[in-house]
Design a protein around this ligand. Sequence first.
Ligand code: TRP
Length: 373
Amino acid sequence: MSNKNIVNPYEVKGKVDYNGLIHEFGLEKIDEKVLNRIQNHTRDLHQMLKRGIIFAHRDLNWILDEYEKGNKFFLYTGCGPSGPIHLGHLQMWYFTKWLQDKFDCELYFQFTDDEKFLYKNLSYEEIQKWTEENMLDVIAIGFNPKKTHFIIDTKHAGLLYPEAIKIAKKITFSTIKSSFGFTDSNNIGSIFYTSMQAVPAILPSVLKKKNVPCLIPLGVDQDPHFRIARDVFPKLGFYKPAILHKLMFPSLTGMNNVMSSSKGSVLITARDSPSEVKKKINKYAFSGGQATMEEHKKKGGNPEIDVSFQYLKHFFEESDERLNQLEKDYTSGKISTGEMKYYTIEKINQFLKEHQKRRESAKSKISKYFLKY
Ligand code: TRP
């Protein structure tokens, strides 16, 4: 077990030891058996499932048991609006869309403008601007508008607050302190916030006056909120939500860091132009190759640490065959880092082109997605 792992919604430090996290957080590994169970319903498997990018879960077998009994689950995930949407977000949400399509489920999507206002050095107005902006990208993902419900914390406060206080009453400050590394000098809003992020996991149950199973796809840094919430829900008469955990999306500069809006690191954003993507990958993407072409041809490269290859593996290359070939050819030195970068740039740009096209027409759709109550 690793003591050095710091992975929580507000800090991810250094290289993440995912096996250590499974231990520390008490997660279950995604294994062949549970993948087969998923595949029984979805027919094919998303590349993120096949490749261990979705690496862990909580109670997935329970949610599939319920599903097989005809008790459908809903999906819940969210966005903290404090900056542009980047590749890590897109990867998470396109996977969420895949789940929605395959299991034909409702999706509750939370925009935590309260959270970002409380935690970031940004004004309320700036956060509102990011909320509007980010909603367009989420719409561009293509979620089913009839089955997708946006919750904006400050706008749906009247709906969320009565549930949030019931949850908050069962969480102590000392639990929050130890889960997030808070001290007495954290602002009091941030201490309360976990209870707001918990609510959507039970909201359909509250609205329908009947317990509905919930599945939450998330980046593993978000797990601490739900670890706390899962302790509370049974005490209030609700199911614990099931969770799917995704690896953190690597930063451009190397596998020891994650792509994150908070660190002032270089992001590839959903709005980047083809030339921006090209510039960023060429300039920053950490190379697993050798110092010279000659040496590379002789010794080969290391795909494990080559960020371009990892972007393809984490999401952007859907074909396993193509990915395996790239891995082999890079390891043997047959293809260079430059060629790997070129291919990655093409893949990302192709992807962003489609996304950006759908984003054009997203504005007129916002009201369709807004949760009515
Ligand atoms: N707190 C998350 C963030 O900062 C946003 C979020 C809200 C979320 N609810 C969620 C993420 C549920 C995953 C699952 O990005």
